[in-house]
Design a binder for this molecule. Structure first.
Ligand SMILES: Cc1cc2nc3c(=O)[nH]c(=O)nc-3n(C[C@H](O)[C@H](O)[C@H](O)COP(=O)(O)OP(=O)(O)OC[C@H]3O[C@@H](n4cnc5c(N)ncnc54)[C@H](O)[C@@H]3O)c2cc1C
Length: 384
């Protein structure tokens, strides 16, 4: 394996930090000489993009094998950060619960349960009446529930803290408030321009989330990733103990326990256009959205009766057609983008794949062909 001397990572969200950590840790383990120097360029603070705006559910219930494998690696990683990195990310294994009343979706979910088991993830279908961890569930509105018990929720701020601890231990330099403004391919690597000047790295990783297409465009590359705005709300109510991340697949509403134990709810209820990433993140409230959200949530479970929204904000889903991310190398540049609504759970696995690509190695965790942008078309994976 050929570990380069210098690696630059654009973006200090969960994907960039997980990749930087993975590259540095694996290069050290391989005793690369001289030691590989890894720098993260973050235009704001670590996690300031979509990462700390996420609801933060961790599931492995997907339709594509690639998404399952990335998420399984993520689940393994996030469960153990206290032992490995000294930071407990408040992982609670509450599971996921999918609900539907739609005949076609029932059939599809039943197929997915079988597939999920074949992929090694436990899941079972039951009647909505049998779901006992969603207090006040209006079971009469649904025909089928699917429960995926090996899944849970965690705290995205602590996840950033954990990855920063790992990066520090591995000697990664994290440069905050350092936007990358120019990129040029040069003979010996990629020249990186920031307001502080230019420097050349042997390999560059584009982990800029919703901004990844802009970073790719600096190199003349057209990355098929579309940033879409997504909103989530904190309610003025505590989440019931053990509440799974619960999704009404018909109405699109989902809810889960937040990091501080309060109830979080989100979902998107109409087609959303591609956004300018610089204008996508806001903490301004949206009363129409919040009203719609509460109506849908109350139809799902009585736990929302009498609740109001305490705050809401937006982040981005960086979408691909299939909802499978793109992790591919184009010459000296590795793109790790398009994580849609599952970047937090997939970041540790994606970081491993990106590290393999940085080193010029075939990824062992997932198929490089299925993570490349020109992969065969597959139906969009489950997304809410
Ligand atoms: C409401 C909501 C709920 C979600 N729920 C979940 C969930 O339950 N589970 C889950 O796994 N995921 C969830 N997600 C998705 C998850 O947040 C993203 O997939 C994940 O955070 C993507 O991480 P990232 O590192 O790719 O992007 P980001 O966190 O956006 O990081 C990209 C970073 O790049 C930096 N950057 C951009 N351009 C430049 C530049 N030119 N120079 C330097 N730095 C730059 C940005 O400042 C930013 O910090 C949710 C997202 C939202 C919005």
């Amino acid at each position: 394996m050929d570990w380069p001397d210098t690696v630059g990572v654009v973006g200090g969200g969960v994907v960039g930090l997980a990749t930087a950590y993975s590259v540095a840790a694996r290069a050290r383990a391989a005793r690369s000489t001289p030691a590989t120097s890894v720098t993260v360029y973050e235009r704001d603070e670590p996690g300031a993009g979509s990462t700390t705006r996420a609801g933060c559910g961790l599931r492995t219930f997907y339709t594509t094998r690639t998404n399952v494998r990335l998420a399984q690696a993520g689940l393994r990683f996030w469960r153990r950060t206290e032992q490995t990195l000294g930071v407990d990310v408040n992982f609670r294994e509450n599971g996921y619960c999918f609900l539907t009343d739609d005949g076609d979706t029932v059939a599809e979910l039943d197929r997915q349960v079988r597939r999920q088991r074949a992929y090694g993830g436990p899941a079972f279908a039951c009647t909505p009446e049998a779901v006992d961890r969603v207090p006040g569930l209006h079971a009469e509105h649904y025909r089928r529930a699917v429960v995926a018990p090996a899944a849970g929720v965690a705290d995205p701020e602590l996840m950033v803290e954990a990855l920063l601890a790992g990066c520090e231990r591995e000697g990664v330099t994290v440069r905050t408030e350092t936007p990358v403004t120019d990129l040029d391919r040069v003979d010996d690597g990629v020249r990186v321009g920031t307001p502080e000047g230019t420097e050349t790295v042997d390999r560059l990783v584009n982990a800029a989330g919703g901004w990844a297409p802009r970073v790719a465009a600096m190199l003349g590359d057209d990355l098929p990733v579309e940033p879409r705005r997504r909103r989530i709300a904190v309610l003025d109510a505590d989440a019931p103990a053990g509440l799974p991340l619960t999704v009404d697949l018909d109405s699109g509403v989902y809810f889960l326990p937040g990091p501080d134990g309060r109830l979080l709810a989100g979902g998107h209820f109409s087609a959303t256009p591609t956004v300018d990433p610089d204008a996508a993140l806001t903490r301004e409230r949206d009363p129409d959205y919040e009203r719609d959200l509460l109506d849908r949530a109350r139809r799902c479970a009585a736990v929302f009766d009498g609740t109001t929204v305490a705050e809401s904000w937006t982040g981005m889903y960086a979408m691909t057609d299939s909802r499978v991310p793109i992790v591919e190398r184009v010459d000296g540049v590795v793109h790790a983008a398009g994580f849609s609504g599952h970047g937090i759970m997939q970041a540790p696995g994606a970081g491993q794949v990106a590290a393999d690509l940085v080193a010029g190695r075939r990824p062992s965790l997932a198929s490089a062909a299925e993570l490349a942008r020109d992969r065969p078309t597959v139906a969009p994976d489950i997304q809410f």
